[in-house]
Design a protein. Sequence first.
Length: 430
Amino acid sequence: MIAIRHEDKSKWETRVPLIPEDLKRLTREHGTRFKVETSPNRVFPDAAFTEAGATVDDDLSDCPIIMGVKEIPAKKLLPGKTYVFFSHVIKGQSYNMPMLRRLMELKCNLIDYERITDDKGRRLVFFGRFAGLAGMIDTLWALGRRLEHEGFDTPFSTIKQAYQYSSLAEARADVAKVGEQIKNAGLPDACCPLVCGFAGYGQVSKGAQEIFDLLPVKEVPPADLASIPSDRNVCFKAEFYEKHMVERIDPSAPFDLQEYYDHPDRYRGVFPAYLPHLSVVVTGIYWELKYPRLVTLEALRELFGHGEKPRLRIIGDLSCDIDGSNQATVRTTEPDNSVYVYEPGTGQTIDGVAGDGPVVLAIDHLPCELPADASTHFSRSLSPFIPGLATADFGKPLDDSGLPPELIRATILHHGELTPPYRYLEKFLK
């Protein structure tokens, strides 16, 4: 029997890894049995799971496999179980090392959704697109509020935050309506050209661009940003790849993507040079400390330090890494208090959109704002692996357990021991 636990990391976390419709199908086609922990705020109510054939109960102790979405508090972990959730340990995140240690002490198995990949290393199960979708809706909402604060009447002021819409379809319709208004009536001259720069090209960035492209969009290469005409009826878009965001310190050799990944110390960031030409920056990249930052505090001090109001209004940090690629992300935010102004002159932050600096959106659980749509997409991707998970024999060596290869690659712990691909985590556990 597979259990689905109640999420308890945040009041905003109402997602599920499997929706009732898919659970019912898995039971009918494969005989998989499910128990669902009672939840007062899950996006799909208990009754929907009961109707799908699951047992709804408070006690999951008799279930060998327990699935969730986010991290599970260490005190709630049970011995010998197989846990499947986003563990957020693969970068050695210090705040989750106690949880990982406890899983090891309890001789548990741990499968991480983030590591479910095909044989070429491509992720198969993810919420990233919905982080981008919700994040871009919220970014446009923040842009409308900032421009309104500055005294400009724009169609963006009618956009709501993602969590305030009943569905993704409703949000898309609202943004498309704004696009029609811009196309027909234009934006105020002082706001033009309105240019949004997208850093990254993965699922998060694709989701964000999917929303932005509902506006009347003209795409421009980063090299042409300085010469964009002031068109009131168009929103401009620039997509940044690594070759645009960094340059080789030694110019005698050309940019090489694999060399950059392997030896980032040979490169330096050049993204700050684009900031004067951007109205909005959307970051959706994977970043580690070894890589150059995109937006530095020094660059923001330079941009906002000359008395004139620069074009940059919003930084939508959809990756939401504190002190990460966007150094102005100094703290995370919640959907009901989602933005702050980072003031480069003082280093202070002020909740809301008023202040001398860019507005920063830094919600670290964006897919929660579209819980039904996000859960449905995730469930459809995850469902094919459930029959193999349910019938696997974890008492055998992992390679002989019958677990699908995609899930074997995602297994961080087997009987409480780090599997070979994840033994590098030992140094963080110390």
